[in-house]
Design a protein around this ligand. Structure first.
Ligand code: PMP
Length: 426
């Protein structure tokens, strides 16, 4: 199937006016004009099953969020230095979903800004500058955050104050090895920073390691690493931009699966189900220390509309029991892919938590040799069958499956059939 003249024209206009730093998904990019629930629609009205987008966690165009945004837009929107109930209600309800020691919230518009603020707070509170991240981490777009986002590629120089640590490889390491090695590597990174006269300020990880290839196991592997950063006087920041808001099924927040206590948690993506909102949830002793020295103001972060969207999201998550759905449907999806693994030897490993799933594709099951080529063909083959997923990991061979949390067992059956059909055709 080829691109239509209309699609070719859009791509040409986009490249001309937006430049080459932007990349579209797929060998044959897709043009969408509408979304509803777990489906996205192209201009011809074809429905694509969305098994990838975690922003519209409640489903595309959820009526309760649309209503909340529309209603508040008509009533009032201002910057955030007047009193308004919405933002206070929201901060109260949001922090109520966290353990009691994480009781204060600061709001931003994007996950990048949230991570940028986390660094500013950590540096202010610890007096350090060093940052430890996973080897293929992505934490955002600001200049500060890009310096510790190695997944942006070799052309982005990591800061001299940044050290990277390989996350566990649950397919190739035993749980004990994984946990001990990760803890040791974080300690080595700390020692190396110190040797260079750099005081560590924070260890930050995406608690599901999405861009590193989805690493949900072994549960608890973060514990020695968190102990190590604490011993040296640094803070631990859990980046929940991807795993948060119940997606991992067993817990509301990814760090809870590891039994660790972050000093700060950064949030984003699904927080407004598409309305741009993000933020930090912080220990009050940390905000107290930061607030003594600094001020914080964000024109749009936590404005009355954003807060209304966020409140609607929390309400729908609870009412529709979407965390339970993620747990149930996620397990069903993993079982379905495990069945496929019995039919196709290129599926090496199936892992995940709730509706956050990684599938490692290999050319040799014994040697566990990563197969990026078949991964790309599968992702593009699914696109031709109108099913959306993506891939990540150090060898670009891990399928990333991360659908809206309203995904049903019936949707899983459609996805599995499309995967089977594509794999048979390869
Ligand atoms: N942290 C993680 C783990 C992310 O995946 C992303 C976005 N992909 C961000 C931070 C940055 O969020 P945003 O794009 O909203 O700035």
């Amino acid at each position: 199937a080829r691109l239509s003249p209309a699609e070719q024209a859009l791509i040409a206009r986009r490249e001309k006016v937006m430049g080459p730093a932007y990349r579209l998904f797929y060998e044959r990019p897709i043009h969408f004009v509408r979304g509803e629930g777990v489906f996205l629609f192209d201009p011809d009205g074809n429905a694509f099953l969305d098994a990838y987008n975690n922003v519209a966690s409640l489903g595309h165009g959820h009526p309760a969020v649309v209503e909340a945004i529309t209603r508040q837009t008509a009533i009032l929107n201002t910057h955030t230095r007047y009193l308004h109930e919405n933002v206070i209600d929201y901060a109260e309800q949001l922090t109520a979903t966290f353990p009691a020691y994480l009781s204060q919230a600061m709001l931003t518009c994007t996950g990048s800004e949230a991570n940028d603020l986390a660094v500013r707070v950590a540096r202010s509170v610890t007096g350090g500058t060093g940052i430890i991240v996973s080897s293929l981490a992505y934490h955002g777009v600001t200049a500060t955050v890009a310096e510790f986002s190695p997944s942006l590629g070799e052309s982005v120089n990591l800061g001299p104050h940044v050290r990277t640590v390989a996350p566990p490889d649950p397919y190739r390491e035993t749980p004990e090895e994984a946990r001990d090695r990760f803890g040791r590597d974080v300690q080595t990174a700390i020692d190396d920073l110190r040797r260079h006269g750099i005081k560590p300020a924070l260890l930050i990880v995406d608690t599901i390691f999405s861009s590193d290839g989805v690493v949900p196991e072994p549960k608890g592997f973060l514990q020695p690493a968190v102990e190590a950063i604490r011993r040296t006087g640094g803070l631990f920041v859990a980046d929940e931009v991807q795993p948060g808001f119940g997606r991992t099924g067993d817990t509301m927040w990814g760090f809870e699966r590891h039994g660790v206590e972050p000093d700060m948690v950064t949030l984003g993506k699904p927080m407004g189900n598409g309305y741009p909102m993000a933020g930090l949830v912080v220990k009050p002793e940390v905000t107290a220390e930061f607030g003594r020295r600094s001020r914080y103001f964000n024109t749009f972060g936590g404005n009355p509309i954003a807060a209304a969207a966020g409140l609607a999201v929390l309400k729908v998550l609870a009412e529709e029991r979407l965390q339970d759905n993620a747990q149930d449907v996620g397990a069903y999806l993993r079982a379905g892919i495990s069945t496929l693994a019995g039919e196709f030897s290129c599926i090496g490993d199936v892992r995940g938590a709730g509706l956050f799933i990684g599938v490692e594709m290999v050319s040799d099951t014994q040697a566990k040799t990563p197969d990026a080529a078949i991964t790309t063909r599968l992702v593009n083959g699914l696109r031709e069958r109108r099913v959306l997923i993506s891939a990540s990991g150090p060898h670009a061979n891990v399928l990333k499956i991360r659908p809206p949390m309203v995904f049903s067992r019936g949707n899983v059956d459609t996805l599995i059939e499309a995967m089977r059909d594509t794999l048979q055709s390869l």
